[in-house]
Write a protein that binds this ligand. Sequence first.
Ligand SMILES: [Zn+2]
Length: 305
Amino acid sequence: MARILAFDIGGTNIKFGVVEDGKIIDRGSLPTYAEDGKDSVISRLVNLINEKGNVIDGIGLAVAGLVDHEKGIVYEPPNLPGWSEVHIKEIIEHKTGKPTFVLNDANAFVLGEWQFGVAKNEANIIGITLGTGVGGGIIANRKLLLGSVHFAAEIGHMVIDPSGPVCNCGQRGCWEAYLGSAYFSKRAKRFLQRYGITLEEFSPKELSELAKQGSEPAKLLWEEFGYYLAIGLVNLIHIFDPDVFVIGGGVSNAFELFIGHTEKILKERIMGYSRRKLKIKKSSLGDDSALLGAYYFAHEEGKVW
Ligand SMILES: [Zn+2]
């Protein structure tokens, strides 16, 4: 398929782009209005697809949550309440007549970075999105790793401390319960208040500004973030031996504040560190990785494994 209308469906906004030859030739965004329910969200997608119907050959959708890529079913996306099991491929194909391909947004992220971003031409890639949650996508031997029911690479729920804080998923000590922005902000608030530092919001953005202004406690917080990032990476490296990690998502804007400490910990803890050619890179596509990944997935008609 040559020309794809790709969507990145978030809890707040739906980004879309008409993509041809890996280039976004027309783009836009609309509010998700997730609270209006799935039928309303889907009907607005369908309207947009029908509007652009004569210039596109197919549809690519990146959605958070568990996705069966083959059947195009979305299960319980954390940012879309009420979407417990949505057969979105079937619904959209039925209403628009356009072939539709659906994948998890973190898988879309890693596909985008692999085909068009900093991981181009690499064979073994782990993509990590650092935002409200921690998402993952894995390319192993130039194929997207899906697992038996396509739920692989939920790396945010890898347990790094069984007696750690309770995670959104119900487990204790998930990686996400350390790196997810809500958890990080909560920890930051407690820590900084001991130094008499109050902020309007303890968001990663504000915390990174504070560190850049030279605040030592804020720098320590990012160092700690780097430490927890490293603990998860150590596990992933020992299992997958990747060529490159690509880090994206909103929190990756603070990359320079934590990556030095992460690399220091990795050097201390990785078996065969000096024999590996491990790279850790920040995403180069900004907000477009998942959009381009959804395009590529549809362009290849879902055959990326
Ligand atoms: Zn969890």
